[in-house]
Ligand binder design. Structure first.
Ligand code: ADP
Length: 259
């Protein structure tokens, strides 16, 4: 997209003219559109739970609380569920905007990747087990350290594992594998879950993009987890990729520079 500025000129001997200066504003336009879409999406996402909470609270005030206590309890639990959802949304939105605001300010240190992976495994193991899913991690001790912000890298692993658990049915397997490739370290998180259709693969890292909105909601998803993951990985000078087969499972691959 080009934007033109007309600049009047007055030359020698009183000759006059106009020169057109063109600026390429494609990037500016794209960023502005993305920002506007994001604000619209955020408002929509926040409004939905608030509307539900308001609706049920009003019904309770209108008498549902006294009339049928059983129903009243049920409504209160729906309110609590949507309040929890609002909390997750607000937390994820804040995480994303903090990531954007402090681009240069990651605390990068040489980090023992295997230790961080073991910690993430430990934190998610129970959650996986209650869903009947086996979570294993392999990390050879020869893996070099990576230059990373420990808290942020943990967040990457936790988000990927949380998704793997959310989208894998009972009896499935989740595996973390790690290997070195030249001066880079590769971390793979694979699951035997529902997989992602090819047409959605490119878009799942976008904010609020979900393959199946109902399913994501039901699982307590916000649609922001992978956007956060991608942002953190890029701030580390790394890359993230995904391969998947619908009905078979998915593999997310994070590549980070070795320290
Ligand atoms: P959500 O909160 O909806 O899980 P994410 O940004 O974490 O949001 O993921 C975006 C979408 O990508 C999800 O809604 C889901 O459709 C898909 N997805 C992410 N991880 C997996 C996975 N391991 N298996 C299948 N689908 C996944």
């Amino acid at each position: 997209v080009l934007m033109a500025h007309w600049v009047p000129l007055s030359g020698e001997h009183g000759k006059r003219g106009t020169v057109a200066v063109f600026h390429d504003i494609s990037d500016m336009k794209r960023i502005e559109t993305m920002r506007r879409d994001f604000v619209a999406n955020v408002s929509h996402e926040l409004r939905t739970p608030v509307a539900v909470i308001k609706g049920y609270a009003e019904t309770l005030l209108d008498g549902a609380l006294e009339d049928v206590p059983e129903r009243g309890r049920h409504f209160v639990s729906i309110i609590a569920g949507h309040a929890e959802r609002l909390t997750s949304l607000i937390n994820d939105i804040l995480t994303l905007s903090k990531l954007e605001a402090r681009d240069a300010a990651l605390a990068l240190h040489p980090l023992d990747l295997c230790g961080t992976i073991r910690k993430a495994q430990m934190l998610m193991e129970d959650h996986a087990r209650t869903k009947g899913i086996r979570l294993t991690a392999a990390c050879p001790e020869s893996i070099p350290k990576v230059l990373a912000d420990q808290g942020q890298l943990e967040q990457v692993l936790l988000n990927l594992l949380d998704n793997a658990i959310k989208y894998t049915p009972d009896g499935g397997d989740i595996a973390i594998r790690t290997r070195q490739e030249n001066k880079r370290v590769v971390i793979e998180v694979s699951d035997t879950g529902i997989g992602i259709p090819p047409k959605d693969l490119k878009r799942i890292f976008e904010r609020f993009y979900r393959v199946d909105e109902g399913r994501s909601r039901e699982q307590g998803g916000t649609g922001l987890g992978l956007a956060i993951v991608k942002h953190i990985v890029q701030l580390h000078g790394g890359e993230i990729a995904v391969t998947s087969e619908a009905g078979k499972g998915s593999t997310f691959t994070v590549t980070l520079p070795a320290a």
